[in-house]
Design a protein around this ligand. Structure first.
Ligand code: UFG
Length: 325
């Protein structure tokens, strides 16, 4: 298939583009290189530099690439940042996605895999979370993704757009040649490993007074190759609208457990201190992903802490400056 991968110069989009190429698809990456890296676009993919907020540019790019399917990873994704810059989040994530699906409909492309997030649930009423549980986002990031999710069924009905919303829990991991390279870096796993590698003096635990077994936040970590596989499986089944899928493992780890695992793997002390809570952090986010397992046949075999940390550590050790050589 001809597949457009938006955000294919970024972390998850880069892994997805690479996997699609491996499977024999023709891939065109759309990216504005705001947070992505030209060097992250996998070899063999075509690349079009385009900002999704530029409706005409997106229309031209879609016409040129003539995709049969689109995987849409490009987004602004930082919860904390979204609190201070809601207009950027609605601009990139809502207006940008609207432009993209508008152009898809015009071009007769009917398969759409959308990167959504656990942040659509806000503070969940029960754990593990099921797809139909209430959506009450507590930050503009989660709200922006939920707005798009709500737009999609109407596009299915009116224009025959077949879509799948992939609700990511906490993605981590990497490979020797590909991994997370964010500026600023805010995610737990790369921050811990940068501390282990001596690139940071210490690690701060954001709050130890949560109502969890050790007082720190619990998250459901998914390994990036596993995450991408769910997209590939969804793509195969997109001859009808599929709805939403939680992508997690039903197993939560606390911040302190991930810290201990990182200390064990790297054999480094990783000095840690306890700081205040971070605004917008729910105490526990753990997914029930039965739907992805039964309906897509998804089996996240690599999503144990050791495999995830190992991949991320391999990336950092081989690329201490990320994609900058
Ligand atoms: N954490 C620390 N110290 C740090 C960094 C993170 O203690 O220096 C903690 C956070 O408080 C959180 C956990 O580590 O409990 C994971 O934090 P991340 O920043 O790695 O990830 P988030 O849980 O904030 O974000 C993820 C996804 C978002 C999604 C969000 C839902 O990256 O896309 O879950 O809340 F919106």
């Amino acid at each position: 298939m001809r597949v457009v991968v938006t955000g294919g110069a970024g972390y998850v989009g880069g892994f997805a583009a690479e996997r699609l190429l491996e499977l024999g698809h023709e891939v065109t990456v759309f990216d504005n290189l705001w947070r992505g890296h030209a060097a992250g676009v996998p070899k063999g993919a075509d690349f079009i530099e385009v900002d999704l907020r530029d409706a005409e540019g997106v229309m031209r790019a879609v016409r040129k690439a003539a995709p049969e399917a689109v995987m849409h990873f490009a987004a602004a994704t930082l919860v904390g940042e979204s609190m201070g810059h809601p207009r950027s989040y609605f601009g990139v994530n809502v207006v940008g996605t609207h432009n993209l699906i508008f152009a898809m409909v015009e071009a007769g492309c009917s398969k759409f895999v959308f990167s959504s997030t656990a942040a659509v649930y806000g503070v969940p009423e029960r754990i593990p979370i099921l797809e139909d549980d209430p959506k009450k986002p507590i930050n503009p990031y989660g709200q922006s993704k939920w707005i798009v999710e709500q737009m999609l069924p109407w596009h299915a009905e009116a224009y025959g757009l077949n879509y799948a919303c992939m609700r990511y829990f906490n993605v981590a991991g990497g490979a020797s040649h590909r991994g997370e390279d964010h500026d600023p870096e805010t995610h737990l796993v790369p921050i811990l490993l940068e501390a282990a590698a001596g690139k940071r003096d210490e690690f701060t635990i954001f709050g130890e007074d949560y109502n969890t077994f050790d007082g720190t936040n619990i998250r459901d970590y998914v390994e990036v190759h596993d995450l991408v596989e769910a997209h590939v499986l969804a793509l195969d089944k997109l001859d009808k609208p599929l709805g939403a899928f939680n992508l997690g493992t039903k197993t939560g780890f606390s911040v302190k457990q991930v810290l201990e695992a990182a200390r064990n793997l790297t054999d480094q002390p990783i000095p840690a201190r306890v700081g205040p809570r971070r605004a917008g952090d729910p105490p526990v986010l753990v997914a029930d992903s039965t739907r992805a397992r039964t309906e897509l046949g998804w089996n996240p075999v690599r999503s144990d802490l050791e495999t995830m940390l190992n991949g991320a550590w391999e990336w950092l050790q081989n690329n201490p400056n990320g994609y900058r050589k």
